[in-house]
Design a protein around this ligand. Structure first.
Ligand code: FE2
Length: 535
């Protein structure tokens, strides 16, 4: 029987070398890195990363950036040294695809390759057999998060995969859809101070609900007990469209509210519910609505009910919220995210398009919206934003809705994706945002100071820095940015020379880099988590 490690996948060369790796390029045993500079002594832990690393399986070439098979990465830091390892996640989709030498489960932009052994009659007959189900992927390639003392790899399906932190192998699969009626859920959960995980799920069954889900921390007594069986439905909001739902890659959580965006990139409920009858990838069911406004929907965390005020804005799409918080003095909710005015961004991430033009026409910029939490007595047409020095506006319309205009902070000059903050500030007022550029001609990392509007940058010719993860200095009293930034850096010229970058978060100056040996080929990772070593 074939093993996933066997070399039965052909390599497809994309322009970006980190999108052209093969399974054998993984570094499945930790290797030492060369430290240039000095890693702080207090940094004792592991940075786990997840992203799409393999784009060819047997005869199937995956089409979209979001399709790639998950490769997990781990930088382990101890006493000023660092090791690196990576592994193709042994999801069922991966293992069965390798064995079949073709894609056997529908991905975001590539659908299951038909089994050449099936007869036409057999294919037709499956349409009428209720037991036939198209296989949605368990290729959880977007994020890896810490929940209690466990690591879970996540994507936008309801399946989450527990990961063995030592070996980076799958240590159990769970499916939140077995407990809560959802067809999708995001890979960007939030956590409260009690360790509860919150996520946004999408249910395509009429009446098309956005479901906020709470998953309590894992059992300390039963180390094998699944967490998703304890999932609870916090609230459900009905979609504004009869047969469609807004697509969300993330959602917002403040002290008092959940924030769900109804964006003008939507998904056809009918399309998803009939997907198992047709040859269609997930994105084939998406519908762009460039003439429709973005709607902000708020849910009170006190009573889990939707608030009465309706907020609207120009058509805009975001993958990533930055943070949301209440400004009590000015009775407002501040919502920060990195947004696109061009709704073609997802199309531009098809690999053929990336090869041709990158995302030159889809530039993400930081945006701050300020939502007044009371409009009692407000005059139509008057700006209701009272935050000092804010460029955001909120105007009551005659129909009773509030129209929002964003403050771009830097006049929209800062391209920023994969934003991160000091997560201790999540749901609270934050000052600093860290981000990166992806597939830009001038890749760089940046730190945005929302008070001074100053931007600090790190860049090095020929290198692409990944998501900047903030790690607070233990016991640090130097403020929100008292800590370091960790970012995996890939070469855009070849596969060699990748490293882990360590920046002082205050100055944004490099204090160390952990250079992997030239034999290491590192693939792209989207998101990850730093896990402190246990004392
Ligand atoms: Fe993401």
């Amino acid at each position: 029987m074939s093993s996933p490690e066997e070399k039965n996948t052909a390599r497809h060369q994309f322009n970006q070398p980190f999108l052209s790796l093969s399974p054998e390029d993984a570094t499945d045993k930790p290797v030492n890195t060369e430290i240039v500079g000095q890693i702080p002594e207090w940094l004792e832990g592991s940075l786990y990363r997840n992203g799409p690393g393999i784009f060819q399986v047997g005869e199937t070439r995956l089409k979209h950036l979001f399709d790639g098979f998950s490769v997990l990465h781990k930088f382990h830091i101890h006493k000023g040294k660092a090791t690196y390892m990576s592994r193709v996640l042994d999801s069922e989709t991966w293992q069965r695809s390798v064995k079949a030498k073709r894609l056997i489960a529908t991905q975001f932009g590539t659908y299951e390759t038909p089994d050449p052994c099936k007869t036409t009659f057999a294919k037709l007959s499956t349409i009428f057999k209720p037991q036939h189900k198209a296989e949605w992927t368990d290729n959880v390639s977007v994020n890896i998060v810490e929940h209690g003392d466990r690591l879970y790899a996540m994507t936008e399906t309801p399946t989450i995969v527990r990961v063995d932190p030592a070996e980076l192998k799958a240590a159990g699969r769970e499916n939140v859809a077995k407990t809560i009626a959802v067809h999708m859920s995001t890979a960007h959960p939030h956590f409260d101070e009690q360790g509860n995980m919150y996520n946004l799920g999408t249910a395509f069954n009429p009446p098309n609900n956005y479901n906020i889900i709470r998953i309590p921390p894992p059992s300390k007594e039963d180390k094998d007990a699944p967490v998703t069986t304890q999932a609870e439905l916090v609230t459900s909001l009905k979609s504004r469209w009869m047969f469609s739902m807004g697509y969300n890659h993330s959602f917002g959580m403040s002290r008092d509210h959940f924030v769900i965006l109804e964006q003008p990139i939507t998904m056809s409920s009918f399309g998803f519910l009939t997907n198992n009858w047709r040859s269609a990838a997930a994105y084939d069911n998406f519908v762009k609505r460039p003439s429709e406004e973005l709607i902000f929907r708020l849910v009170s965390r006190q009573n889990n009910a939707e608030t009465a005020i309706k907020y609207r804005a120009e058509p805009t799409f975001t993958f990533h919220f930055v943070n949301c918080y209440e400004d009590d003095e000015h009775k407002a909710l501040v919502v920060d995210f990195c947004g696109y005015s061009d709704l073609n961004i997802i199309d531009n991430l098809y690999l053929d398009n990336l090869d041709k033009e990158g995302i030159a026409h889809s530039v993400p910029t930081f945006r701050r919206y300020v939502l007044p939490l009371s409009i009692r007595g407000a005059a139509v047409g008057k700006n209701l934003v009272t935050l000092p020095h804010s460029g955001a506006t909120a105007t009551l319309r005659p129909d009773g809705t509030v129209f929002l205009e964003a403050d771009y902070i830097t006049n929209g000059t800062v391209q920023m994706e994969l934003p991160k903050i000091n997560y201790d500030r999540n749901t609270k007022k934050h000052r600093y945002v860290y981000g990166t550029t992806l597939f830009s001609k001038e890749p760089k990392l940046m730190k945005l100071d929302l008070e001074t509007k100053q931007v600090l940058e790190w860049q090095e010719q020929g290198y692409q820095a990944g998501e900047p993860v903030f790690v607070p200095r233990p016991g640090g009293s130097g403020g929100e940015d008292d800590g370091i930034i960790l970012s995996p850096v890939l070469s855009t010229k070849g596969n060699e020379g990748c490293f882990l970058l360590v920046l002082d978060a205050k100055t944004f100056k490099e204090i160390a880099r952990a250079k992997t040996p030239d034999s290491v080929k590192m693939s792209l990772s989207f998101h990850g988590s730093y896990v402190q070593s246990k004392q």
